[in-house]
Design a protein around this ligand. Sequence first.
Ligand code: IPD
Ligand code: CA
Ligand code: CA
Length: 288
Amino acid sequence: MNNGMLNTAVRAAQIAGKIIIRNFEQGKLDVDEKQKDDLVTNIDRECEHAIRDFILGKYPEHRFLGEEGGEQQSPAAEKDEGSAGADAGNSPRKGHGSRSAGDCLWIVDPIDGTTNFVRGIPHVAVSIAMQINGRTELGVIYDPIRDEMFQALRGQGCEFNSRRMRVSGATSLDGTVIATAFPHRRRELVPGYTRTLMRVFNECADIRRAGTASLDLAYVAAGRLDGYFELALSPWDLAAGELMVREAGGMVTDLEGGNDYFTSGNIVCGNPRIVRQIVSLAREAAKQ
Ligand code: IPD
Ligand code: CA
Ligand code: CA
């Protein structure tokens, strides 16, 4: 991992950010529904192509996982793997990157907050993470409308528009503002989720549901929000932000207080005291 890769992620996010700005409120979107209440536009796809071409142009041996295109690799790398001949049987499964660099995977949400984007609500982000051998090494979250660039590098902290980020120092939920989101695509989770939400709401000052998971995470890292919890996220929603919260001194767990959030998509974050309290309320809610 090096700063060159972080710069690549920042640059890729800016390229997509320009496309988002150019098309924001232009009213010429092609909107499709991937599944019920899950939107994608031609601009999501255009952004993802631009990010992928830029990153794989610099690192052709890396793998790329984008929300809209799934897992891909540059044509050059695929050709390389195809010509590996007898060795191919011993290599990692097709699509896994360069042996020398380790298994490098970029995880990208080209527009996080597509529903906001479609409706002209100015709260969207580009989220880019890079993992080596399954461990997130860098994360960039870019809000092109406010021109706010949040970035984190494993072991080296995180910054926002060149200022160091730190999670809030709240000692209890009293007086805090907590972000969340309704599991609108997983309605079967609503009863349990609502029980947790009401318990958290009873203890905190207020709740926010802004519609862009990566910015919820970035705002927790920046101390704008004291905590955040959500169910059933995808890897591209949380990969960059998870590292960011940790590098800002925060804690990230699943709803049971474990580390299974990448698989379950259920996440709680904030400073350790806030996370423990939300997890304890979620456990109480689960018993009911
Ligand atoms: C969604 C947003 C939203 C969250 C959803 C995500 P998308 O991402 O981050 O805040 O509640 O769970 O799927 O679909 O706009 O990229
Ligand atoms: Ca998303
Ligand atoms: Ca998206």
